[in-house]
Design a protein. Structure first.
Lengths: 420, 266
C-alpha cells in the first residue's frame, strides 16, 4: 500500500507560505478528517510546527497525491502552481526515512533540537485518538518514535546547549551537578539575564534573588521567578549566600570587583561560585577568573560554548544519519515482507486445496492402498507443491524491486493462480 | 585435567588489560560503547579476581594480607569494587582512565612478585596484626580513590577556567561531585588508615617492644599519613587551593607507593 508524504518546511518555503498552511492543535481534527475524505486515503496524520507542515497518508494508489496538493492549495488560499514549487512529495521508504530524520531532529533548523520529537509524537497521538491511523501508519509512527529515541540515546545529539542561556545552564550543571537547592542572584534586568534566570528557575533552584536600580522592576521580576527582590546597594552582603550570579545591568563600570568575590569565597569556605556576565560593558571584573573556586563566563565565552556545541551536534549528526539509514533499511524490509504475507498465505492455501482434492480423487480411483503408500503419495505431492511455490514466494518477498513492480508482480501472481 | 587456580589470576589480569585498553580507546574515539565494553570486561576480570582471592583464603586459611602480592591483590580488588559502586551511583566514566590502569598495575605487580599461598608464621597469627594489614590496605584503597577524584576535580577545574573542553570533558562528572567523592573517600580512607596504623604500632610494641621501626615501609606510611591529613585539612578548613591540593596529592601518592613497595614478606 503506498505511503505518501506531502509537505513543506523552512528550507523549501518562506514563512508567509508556512503560516498560511500551519495547523493549530484545535484545527487538527478538522484537517485530518478532510484528508481522510479524499477518495483512496486509508490513513492520515498531519505534522504542523513553526518550521513545517506535512501530511502523511497511506492510500490505495498514488493518485491521491493530486487531490492532496489540490486540497493544500485550497487550504492555503494559494495558486496550485505557486504552492507546488515549495512542496516536496515523498513516497514509500523515503517517507519512512524523512519521518525518522524529522523526529530525531536531523531535519530541524537547529540540528538535534529536542522539541521536535515531542511534536511528532503529539501529532501521531492526536491522529490515533481520532482513529485516522491505519495499521501501516501506526507501525510507521511507533517505529519513528523508537528510532528517534535510539538516535538521541546513542549519539546524545540533543545534550549540547546551542543558545547562550542554555549554555549557562549546562555550565552550571558542569560545576554544581544538580542545581536543586542552589541560590541565584540576578543583577539588572537585561533581556538575556532574565532569560538565563528563567532557565535556571526551571531547573528547580531554591531561590532567585533579584537586584535592580529600579526596585519596582526588581520586585516584578522576583515575582516572576517566585523569588525575592533586594536592595541594589546591598548585593555584596548576599554574594556569599549565592552560588550563581548573573550580571546584566546597564552600568558602564564593574559592579562586582575582585575584593567582593574574595570576601564571598572566604565566607563560603571556597565553595564554587559561578559568575555569568551578560552585560556590555562588562559588569564583573575579569581578574576574578584567577580566584580559586570562582568561574566567570562573559557573553562571548558563552557564545563560544554554544558555537562549539553546535559543531559537536554536527559531528553527532553524521553518526545519527548512519543509524537512520540502517533503521530505514531494516524497517522497510520488514514492511515489504509483511505486505506480501497475505498473498503468500492465500497462494499456499489455494495450492494445498488443489493438491488435497486431486490426491483424494486419485486415491478413490486406485482402491484400497496401505497407509505407507498413502503417506508416500501425500509426501510426493506436498513436495511438488513446495517446489512450485519456492520461486514465486521468493519473488514476492524480494525487496529490491520498485514498489510499482512489486505490486504488479503481486497482481500477476494472484491472476495466474486465481486468487481472489 | 587438573585446574590450576593460578589460571584465575591470569584470566583476571587478561580482562583488566583488555578493559583498560578499551577505556583508553574510548578516550580517543569518544565512543561510549568502548567505555561500556571496558567496564563489562573489567567486571568480568573482577569476578575472576574475587575467585582468586577466595582461592588464596581457602588454601592458606587466612585473609590475603600476609605478603606484598596478597596485599596488592586485595587492594586492587577493593579499589575496583569501590569504583564500581561509584559508577553505579554517579555514572563516572572518567575515573576509569586512572583507576583501571592502577588496578591492572597492582595486580600485575602481585603476579610478577609471585609468592602466593604464603603460610602465616604462627607468631603472626594475631587479631591485631590481621586488623593492621586489613585496615591499612582498605584505607589505602580509599585514599587512592580520593586521589583519583582529586585529579578529576583538578582537570574539570582547568577546563572550566580555561573555557576549553578537554578530552575528558564529557566523561567527567560535575566539579561538585568530584570534590564530594574525593573528600568522602579521603575522609573515610584516612580514618581507616589511621586506625590500621595504630593497630600496627600496637602490634609492633607487643611483639618487639618497639612501636615503630625506622624502615622504608614505616617512614613511607607516616609521611603518607601526614600528607593525607594535610590534604583533608584543606577540604575541612575551606582552604582548598587547586595547585596546592595537586602537589600534596602527588606527594601522598609517592609516599604510599614507597610504603607498599617496602612491604617485604612479613
Amino acid at each position: 500500500m503506498p505511503l505518501i508524504l506531502v509537505g513543506l518546511n523552512h528550507r523549501t518555503a518562506p514563512v508567509d507560505i508556512r503560516e498560511r498552511l500551519s495547523v493549530s492543535d484545535q484545527q487538527l481534527p478538522e484537517v485530518i478528517s478532510a484528508l481522510r475524505q479524499i477518495p483512496g486515503v486509508e490513513g492520515a496524520s498531519v505534522l504542523s510546527t513553526c518550521n513545517r507542515v506535512e501530511a502523511v497518508v497511506s492510500a490505495r494508489t498514488e493518485d491521491v497525491i493530486e487531490a492532496i496538493v489540490d486540497w493544500l492549495s485550497r487550504r492555503g488560499a494559494a495558486e496550485r502552481a505557486s504552492l507546488e514549487q515549495h512542496l516536496y512529495i515523498l513516497r514509500y521508504a523515503d517517507v519512512v526515512k524523512h519521518l525518522f530524520r524529522v523526529a530525531a531532529g536531523l531535519d530541524s533548523m537547529i540540528v538535534g533540537e529536542p522539541q521536535i520529537g515531542g511534536q511528532v509524537r503529539s501529532a501521531f497521538q492526536i491522529a490515533m485518538e481520532l482513529g485516522s491511523l491505519d495499521p501501516l501508519l501506526q507501525q510507521v509512527f511507533e517505529q519513528t518514535m523508537r528510532v528517534a529515541k535510539k538516535v538521541r540515546t546513542d549519539t546524545s545529539i540533543g545534550e549540547h546547549a546551542v543558545s547562550v542561556p542554555y549554555a549557562a545552564v549546562e555550565l552550571a550543571k558542569k560545576i554544581f551537578g544538580d542545581l536543586k537547592g542552589l541560590h541565584v542572584l540576578l543583577l539588572g534586568a537585561g533581556e538575556m539575564g532574565e532569560l538565563t534566570a528563567e532557565h535556571l528557575h526551571k531547573q528547580d533552584v531554591r531561590q532567585v534573588f533579584v537586584a535592580n536600580r529600579s526596585h519596582e522592576r526588581a520586585v516584578e521580576l522576583a515575582q516572576r521567578f517566585s523569588g525575592q527582590a533586594m536592595q541594589y546597594d546591598k548585593i555584596e552582603q548576599h554574594l556569599a549566600a549565592c552560588d550563581i550570579v548573573i550580571a546584566s545591568t546597564a552600568a558602564p563600570h564593574y559592579v562586582i570587583e575582585v575584593e567582593h568575590i574574595e570576601r564571598a569565597l572566604h565566607a563560603r569556605r571556597r565553595r564554587n561560585l559561578f559568575l555569568i556576565d551578560l552585560a556590555v560593558p562588562r559588569n564583573i571584573d575579569p581578574a576574578i577568573t584567577k580566584l580559586d573556586g570562582a568561574y566567570l563566563y562573559n557573553i562571548d565565552d558563552l557564545q563560544n560554548v554554544a558555537d562549539a556545541n553546535l559543531e559537536v551536534r554536527q559531528e553527532k549528526a553524521v553518526e545519527a544519519e548512519e543509524i537512520v539509514a540502517r533503521e530505514v533499511e531494516a524497517f522497510w524490509k520488514r514492511l515489504i515482507s509483511q505486505d506480501a504475507v497475505p498473498t503468500i498465505v492465500e497462494l499456499q492455501r489455494r495450492l494445498e486445496e488443489i493438491r488435497a482434492s486431486e490426491v483424494e480423487k486419485t486415491l478413490r480411483k486406485m482402491g484400497p492402498i496401505s497407509a505407507a503408500q498413502r503417506e508416500a503419495i501425500e509426501t510426493l505431492t506436498t513436495q511438488m507443491i513446495n517446489k512450485i511455490l519456492h520461486y514465486p514466494i521468493l519473488q514476492l518477498k524480494d525487496v529490491s524491486d520498485e514498489p510499482q513492480e512489486r505490486e504488479s508482480l503481486r497482481q500477476t501472481i494472484r491472476k495466474i493462480f486465481g486468487l481472489r | 585435567m587438573d585446574f590450576s587456580p593460578i589460571v584465575l589470576l591470569y584470566l583476571a589480569l587478561g580482562c583488566y588489560a583488555l578493559g583498560t585498553m578499551a577505556a583508553f580507546a574510548s578516550l580517543f574515539t569518544h565512543e561510549k560503547r568502548a567505555q561500556t565494553a571496558g567496564l563489562v570486561i573489567m567486571s568480568a576480570g573482577f569476578i575472576f579476581h574475587t575467585f582468586w582471592i577466595g582461592t588464596i583464603c581457602a588454601r592458606t586459611g587466612h585473609p590475603p594480607l600476609t605478603n606484598l602480592p596478597e596485599t596488592l591483590t586485595f587492594m586492587s580488588w577493593t579499589i575496583f569494587a569501590v569504583i564500581l559502586a561509584l559508577y553505579i551511583r554517579y555514572r563516572v566514566y572518567a575515573a576509569s582512565f586512572f583507576v583501571y590502569p592502577l588496578v591492572l598495575l597492582l595486580l600485575l605487580t602481585a603476579a610478577v612478585v609471585g609468592e602466593p599461598f604464603a603460610q602465616l608464621d604462627p607468631s603472626l597469627r594475631s587479631t591485631l596484626f590481621t586488623s593492621h594489614i586489613f585496615l591499612t590496605t582498605l584505607g589505602v584503597a580509599g585514599l587512592f580513590i580520593g586521589l583519583a577524584f582529586t585529579m578529576l576535580a583538578w582537570m574539570q577545574d582547568r577546563s572550566l577556567k580555561s573555557k576549553t573542553r578537554g578530552r575528558l570533558w564529557e566523561w567527567i562528572p560535575s566539579l561538585n561531585v568530584c570534590k564530594v567523592v574525593s573528600y568522602r573517600a579521603l575522609a573515610i580512607g584516612f580514618s581507616i588508615y589511621t586506625i590500621g596504623l595504630l593497630a600496627g604500632v600496637l602490634w609492633s610494641y607487643r611483639t618487639t617492644a618497639v612501636p615503630v621501626e625506622a624502615r622504608v615501609k614505616q617512614i613511607g606510611a607516616v609521611v603518607a599519613w601526614i600528607l593525607f591529613a594535610a590534604l583533608l585539612q584543606t577540604y575541612i578548613s575551606g582552604t582548598y587551593r587547586t595547585k596546592r591540593t595537586i602537589f600534596i596529592s602527588a606527594g601522598a601518592f609517592v609516599a604510599i607507593i614507597i610504603s607498599i613497595l617496602g612491604i617485604a614478606r612479613v
